[in-house]
Design a protein around this ligand. Structure first.
Ligand SMILES: Cc1cc2nc3c(=O)[nH]c(=O)nc-3n(C[C@H](O)[C@H](O)[C@H](O)COP(=O)(O)OP(=O)(O)OC[C@H]3O[C@@H](n4cnc5c(N)ncnc54)[C@H](O)[C@@H]3O)c2cc1C
Length: 462
């Protein structure tokens, strides 16, 4: 492997610190020791690596790393080759500012630096360190999704290195089946080396902040949701967290409200007012208006600085904020975080983005399972010790299973799992639903040997 003629870097364990640094992921639990890590300097570097892996007598696993933010081990390999795309992070805004091309290893940080400077927007992740690759291929639910749909709904074209080394362009008119599959089907069809996204007009200034509600009674949860429903529009983006903030680590509901187009602060005053009233006399931090999304994507930096990095995330979709669903998740989370200080940083995040635009796209138009109006929940298990990791895994798994089943019971709709927050042990039909047969057929065309097999398994149709 070390003798492969490429312009990029090849790292093996014998290289010590540089190799160890390249294994790093957002979660310590996502790290596996690869036999080699290849960091392509350009797209042409990728084909020889795939050829090398294919030529070995015993199959060598190939894993692809975008931003390394996924909390599974899908972007890592135990003894195989990792193709780490981090050097492929160029971003170019078109001259007419209608589209932006982003290389497959870019972080949203790389994109927001450009869009913020040019005063335009793109549907991306809420946090700067999330990779464009994994986020987009799993659907991409972002803070601007209320106004513009998901990242995949804004994808105009992509360039993909296939398992056999060919580089193909894909769009609604070129290799359309592949274009369909990568919009929600994940990274199992090839290595996306370039995404081209639709660009939208400036959506700032953005006003955000933090409201902390120590919860004495579960009915308070319902009050928070009722207030939000009264004021919500697609130009507000709220998230609700169950969290135990220092210094006393009491169970709290924390609301992160954020408004778009907040030119003179009027929108924030209007949409935050009921929440401020609800929290009267209780802890809250001041609100801040920032000019651009780059600043918004750094808003959680301080809070995340000390968060334990043994992180496991699982997520699922739900149809509405049913009081019995909210209350039961609250009880499960309080119980889990009460007794063991190792895991008290574990949190539950409810995304409160208005779902209408997401539901504008017809089911089956992209590979995403669910297009009926829905929300998503992320269960974040965080542990300060190795000993408590299994408990976190069990907790996240238990809560998402509960939410999925309870939501199905209450709404009559089984919305399945959220690919961007899966761990790989999920049944593919529960992630891709009715799209699975077509995904398997596309897989048979573009990756018949199942080279890109990390993730929720999509077996090529035989
Ligand atoms: C703190 C945090 C907040 C998050 N918030 C959201 C959110 O608001 N909305 C949301 O939708 N998701 C969210 N996510 C989930 C996130 O979108 C996924 O974890 C996503 O996979 C991260 O992308 P990445 O490129 O960093 O991942 P990686 O860990 O690098 O890769 C994840 C998967 O994608 C594949 N992949 C990555 N890049 C490519 C590529 N260019 N070509 C082919 N395959 C590729 C990898 O092989 C792997 O299977 C969040 C995650 C975290 C940790």
């Amino acid at each position: 492997m070390e003798t492969l003629q490429i312009k990029g870097t090849i790292l093996t364990p014998s290289l010590g610190d540089a190799y160890v640094a390249a294994l790093k992921r957002n979660s310590y639990l996502s790290i596996l020791r690869a036999a080699s890590i290849v960091q392509p300097a350009d797209v042409a570097d990728i084909t020889p690596v795939l050829a090398y892996a294919a030529a070995q007598t015993s199959p060598t696993q190939v894993a692809v790393k975008g931003g390394g933010a996924h909390s599974s081990t899908w972007a890592s390999s135990d003894g195989g080759i990792v193709i780490d795309l981090f050097k492929l992070n160029k971003v170019a805004l078109s001259e007419d500012k209608n589209s932006i091309s982003v290389q497959g290893g870019a972080l949203w940080e790389d994109v927001y630096k450009i869009t913020s400077q040019a005063k335009v927007e793109v549907v991306g992740a809420p946090l700067w360190f999330v990779g464009v690759g994994g986020f987009t291929l799993g659907g991409g639910y972002g803070p601007l999704s209320g106004e513009h749909g998901l990242a995949i709904d804004n994808l105009l074209s992509a360039t993909v290195v296939l398992a056999d080394g060919r580089v193909v362009k894909t769009s609604a008119t070129e290799e359309p089946d592949l274009f369909w599959a990568i919009r929600g089907g994940g990274g199992q069809f090839g290595i996306v080396v370039e995404f081209v996204f639709k660009v939208h007009p400036y959506a700032g200034p953005f006003t955000g902040g933090l409201l902390v509600y120590p919860i004495a009674d579960k009915s308070d949860l319902r009050k928070v949701i009722d207030e939000w429903k009264k004021t919500q529009t697609s130009a507000e983006r709220f998230t609700m967290h169950f969290s135990r903030p220092p210094p006393d680590f009491k169970p709290c509901v924390i609301i992160f409200p954020s408004t778009l187009h907040d030119v003179d602060g009027a929108r924030a005053r209007r949409s935050f007012a009921p929440f401020l009233e609800l929290s009267a006399g209780r802890a809250q931090l001041p609100f801040r208006t920032v000019p651009d999304f780059h600043a918004v994507s750094h808003a959680a930096d301080k809070a995340l600085e000390h968060a334990p990095r043994r992180l496991v995330i699982r997520g699922t979709m739900f149809s509405d904020f049913y009081p019995e669903l909210l209350g039961a998740v609250w009880d499960k989370w309080v119980d889990f975080t009460e007794g063991n200080p190792d895991v008290r940083a574990s949190a539950v995040l409810w995304d409160l983005t208005v779902p209408d635009r997401i539901a504008d796209i017809k089911p089956g138009e992209t590979a995403l399972k669910t297009r009926m109006p829905h929300y998503w929940i992320a269960i974040q298990g965080r542990s300060t010790t190795d000993e408590s990791v299994d408990a976190c895994r069990e907790f996240t798994s238990d809560v998402v299973q509960f939410v999925r089943a309870k939501n199905a019971e209450l709404s009559g709709q089984d919305l399945g799992w959220f690919l961007n927050m899966c761990q790989g042990d999920e049944k593919p039909e529960d992630v891709f639903g009715e799209n699975l047969p077509r995904l398997r057929a596309v897989k048979a065309t573009y990756d018949p040997g199942d080279v890109f097999n990390k993730g929720v398994s999509i077996e090529p149709l035989v």
